[in-house]
Every structure is written in structure tokens, then in C-alpha cells.
Design a protein around this ligand. Sequence first.
Ligand SMILES: Nc1ncnc2c1ncn2[C@@H]1O[C@H](COP(=O)(O)OP(=O)(O)OP(=O)(O)O)[C@@H](O)[C@H]1O
Ligand SMILES: [Mg+2]
Length: 284
Amino acid sequence: MQTTATAASTNAPVVPPVTAAKRMMLSVNNIEVVYNDVILVLRGLSLEVPEGEIVALLGANGAGKSTTLKAISGLLKTEDGEVTRGDITFNGERINGIDPDRIVRKGIFQVMEGRRIIADMTCLENLRLGAYTRRDNGVKDDLDMVFSYFPRLKERTGLAGYLSGGEQQMLAIGRAMMARPKLILMDEPSMGLSPLMVKEVFSIVQQINRDLGVTILLVEQNARMALQAATRGYIMENGKVVLDGTAEELRNNEDVKEFYLGGGNEERKSFKNLKSFKRRKRWI
Ligand SMILES: Nc1ncnc2c1ncn2[C@@H]1O[C@H](COP(=O)(O)OP(=O)(O)OP(=O)(O)O)[C@@H](O)[C@H]1O
Ligand SMILES: [Mg+2]
């Protein structure tokens, strides 16, 4: 277990200085994404993920969050989507247009929205599947490592389809860890989970980041939890980033409070506005 090689690495929660020259692990520069040759979904989206951090990507339904993750992992190809403009670089290397399995080998693993574990396989089989690109001998040790983070998965020997929603989410994250990724793209890990389970999953996500130095780009509807776990965040609307900053800046931003965290300083007026704002955003 080792943290990243930066001089500032400690076990304490890391609040990185904004001004420090951070090594950017992932840079998405002004990308446009089109589905089926006609549907323009991302319209000049840019974001950066520094090595070793958790970065949150927030936004309303349909803003393009999952599309952004699929553009990075190469999975857009499986949905007839394409990056038609801009660049995505990972550790300095341009990766747009590359096949998804090659992107996994480079160290990026996406945990899909809705978990997507294989229901008629066991936990163990699902976890082994995560290691399919690996050729080293460390798979057995890594299974033990995953079970140490998620002890309850070890007890579940039946088919993964019978796991609870929270356990399936843990399995999906465990499967990503089996690929020994440098960067995990996580799509709404809190979806459909009870508040207690959300807390547990987020706490493990933070541990994985801290202990193993895995960088995480975290897409969430649960802005409150995401901005507690993350070091920085981006807010998307209509295929673009409209706001970004450190997690603290975003938590204290009045617009963010009003639209995403619920309850800004202004009383009452916000709820009605919030609803119409959301509705407007959906149909623009
Ligand atoms: N495979 C696809 N083909 C065509 N259009 C798509 C496809 N996938 C997504 N879209 C469209 O792209 C837009 C952005 O979708 P995306 O799934 O990226 O949003 P999102 O921010 O992840 O939303 P949510 O919070 O609901 O998951 C939506 O208008 C959606 O209808
Ligand atoms: Mg989505």
C-alpha cells in the first residue's frame, strides 16, 4: 500500500493548494461529442484531474456527465458516439479514438452507472473479470486486498445478482480495483442506495484514494456527498462546464448551494426557482 510519490503525501485528508504546480493526470480539452453523427451532446467541455485527487463532476440529468466519462474511457464507441473535436490526454498521451481495452491497459477503468456487474456470475468471478487485461501474478493478492476493503463480499458466495444494491456497488468498485487502475471513473456510485450505504461506499472510495493513491473522477447527483469527498469539482450544464473550483469554494458558492445543495441563504424563493430552472435546463 503506497500513496502517490508527491512530497506532500500524508495520511491526513489532502487539501491541495490551488496554486501548486500539480501534475495533471487527465486533461480534457475543449471536446465535442456527437452521437449517431447528429446529436451534439458535449459542446466544448474542458476539465483537468490532478494526480492523486478525487475530482467531482456534477450536474443535472442529461447534462452530459456519463457521456464525458465514456469519452475518456473510449466506451462512447460502443454507443455510436464520437469525439469530433478537442483532445483527451492521459499522463501526457493523447487517448481519444483509442479502443476501450487499450485504455484500460493504460490505467483508466470506468465503473458504469447502474453498476453493470454480471448477475449470473459469483462475486469472485466478477472480480477476476476486472483483472482480464493483466498478465502478472498478483491477481490472488489483489483479490485479498479487495476483500480487505469489502469484507462482506467475501461472505457472499452465491450469484452476484442476489447481492444488495450497496454490495453490487462495492463489487463494481472492487472489480475496477482488480485492474490496478491509475484512474477510476466512477459514475454515480450513490445511485439507489440508502443514506447509510452511501456513506459507507463514499468512505471506502476515499480510503482507496488515500491508501492506494488511485486518482478518481467522480460523477454524482449527490452533490453534498461528492463535495465532501472530493478535493475539487466541476459543474456541467448542457454539455459544458459552467463552474469549477476547489470543493470548499463550490460548497460555499451561493448558486451551488441553491441549485445543488438545497437551501441557500435566501428563503423560500429558491424552491420554485429551482424547479423551473431544472425544467428549463432539461429542455434547452
Ligand atoms: N447513446 C446515446 N445516443 C444518443 N443520445 C444519447 C446517448 N447517450 C446519451 N445521450 C444523450 O446525451 C445527453 C447527455 O446524456 P448523459 O447520459 O451523458 O447525461 P448525464 O449527465 O449522465 O445524465 P444523468 O444524470 O441522467 O445520468 C442526453 O440528452 C442523452 O439523451
Ligand atoms: Mg449519467
